[in-house]
Ligand binder design. Structure first.
Ligand code: FAD
Ligand code: DHB
Length: 391
């Protein structure tokens, strides 16, 4: 089989790239190891920044987002006995939207189906070949067990943190920058109305807690836990008790309403950047190129921003014969990647308990500054609501 762009991975990066390329008249084939149902049901990110909403809307994907998503003006930052609201709209003129990654994925799947674009699920043994030539190809085994070859002008590695694309770049051709953190998040989804109108990021000596949401009837909450935590040790009652303590149940009349937990998982935290994001005719986008810890909600938004740049670069390359934007793709994308890598690291280290009393005092001082200084607040707001997508 031959196509113009072979896309590996049908997560948000891969499907959005396929969609944007199709709108520019460029054909692609998407290969995905998992089933369509599995990819669609993975519970992950929940916050879209301003530029992501603009991009999805311009791409014709804003209908359900604007009808069913919820626009938030800002967030609450708190520590014991104090809760402060940061209003991003007042501070920067930009807002964020609560709209789950599961919903973005559904919209993308529907758009791909409507466009008749090929997405091949349940493929295996994906391998990338001849990336340093202008005739790269990918081999894989299809859902029926038949070995296949996909020839393309370009390969887009959108296969997340464990896919083969990142590893297909030879060691001498890239650098990897990495940081691991000594804590993880225990995340729950619960069938209960959120106890807050906007997200609460809570510093607490027992560990960070976050109250997020998916809809007026579904809440999403997270607790800082030690690495290696087994969810089996966390009963529903223990989770709600710990959330109540860290989020300040009973303080100033605020209460946390518990409800039935429908999903429970532990996610480790990592920062990673592989640079450059291009090798020959292979272009990396999204988690295939970089991972951020979730504090600050940047993972999905970065994947969308990469793909916005990459679709323009590939359109120039394949339609107009202009290789300039493709040559600049990695440098252009990495500027935003490093800004978000810094912001995610900064939010993470400001909000998570390390057990060191000196760290705790620095964190509280930083939180007081961010919530009382207009300059400090604007810096957080600008990064959280997101910078415009350049390029
Ligand atoms: P992915 O969504 O990972 O998609 C990559 C796709 O490639 C997958 O479907 C995978 O099955 C496929 N693939 C892998 N190997 C192959 C192969 N060999 N061949 C073909 N296909 C392959 N971000 C936030 O902002 N907030 C959050 O709360 C949050 N929570 C998260 C929770 C978890 C458990 C994880 C893992 C991530 C979370 N993230 C969160 C990050 C966010 O979900 C990602 O940044 C986002 O999914 C990136 O999209 P992507 O398309 O680049 O990668
Ligand atoms: C969510 C996840 C985040 O990492 C975050 O910073 C905010 C919200 C969420 O899943 O809703």
């Amino acid at each position: 089989m031959r196509t113009e762009v072979a896309i590996i991975g049908a997560g948000p990066a891969g499907l959005l790239l396929s969609h944007l390329l199709a709108r520019a008249g460029i054909e692609s084939v998407v290969l995905e190891t998992r089933s369509q149902e599995y990819v669609a049901s993975r519970i992950r990110a929940g916050i879209l920044e301003h530029s992501s909403v603009e991009l999805l809307t311009e791409a014709g994907l804003g209908g359900r987002l604007r009808a069913e998503g919820h626009e938030h003006r800002g967030i609450y930052l708190q520590w014991p006995h104090e809760r402060h609201h940061l209003d991003f709209v007042d501070l920067t003129g930009r807002s964020v939207w609560v709209y789950g990654q599961t919903e973005v994925q559904k919209d993308l799947v529907a758009a791909r189906a409507a466009g008749g674009q090929a997405v091949l699920y349940e493929t295996s043994d994906t391998r990338l070949h001849d990336l340093e030539t202008d005739r790269p190809y990918v081999t894989y085994v299809d859902a029926g067990g038949v070995a296949r070859r996909l020839d393309a002008a370009v390969v887009a590695g959108c296969d997340g943190s464990f896919g083969p694309s990142r590893a297909a770049v030879p060691p001498q051709a890239h650098q990897t920058f990495e940081r691991t953190y000594p804590y993880s998040w225990l995340g729950i989804l619960a069938d209960v109305a959120p106890s807050t109108d906007e997200l609460i990021y809570a510093w607490h000596p027992d560990g960070f807690a976050l109250h997020s949401m998916r809809s007026p009837t579904v809440s999403r909450l997270y607790l800082q836990v030690p690495n290696g935590t087994d969810v089996a040790g966390w009963s529903d009652a223990r989770i709600w008790d710990e959330l109540a303590g860290r989020l300040g149940h009973g303080q100033d009349g605020w209460t946390l309403t518990p409800g039935p937990i429908t999903d429970k998982s532990v996610l480790p935290m990592r920062s990673l950047v592989q640079s450059p994001m291009r090798h020959g005719r292979l272009f990396l986008a999204g988690d295939a190129a970089h991972i951020v810890p979730p504090t600050g909600a940047k993972g999905l938004n970065l994947a969308i921003a990469d793909v916005a740049l990459l679709s323009r670069a590939l359109t120039a390359l394949l339609r107009d014969g202009d290789a300039g934007p493709a040559e600049r793709y990695s440098d252009d994308a990495l500027r935003r990647v490093w800004r978000c890598t810094h912001f995610s690291w900064w939010m993470t280290t400001m909000l998570h308990a390390s057990g060191d009393p000196f760290d705790a005092q620095l964190q509280l001082s930083q939180l007081r500054w961010v919530t009382t200084s207009p300059a400090g607040a604007a810096g957080l707001a600008e990064n959280y609501a997101g910078l415009p997508i350049a390029g």
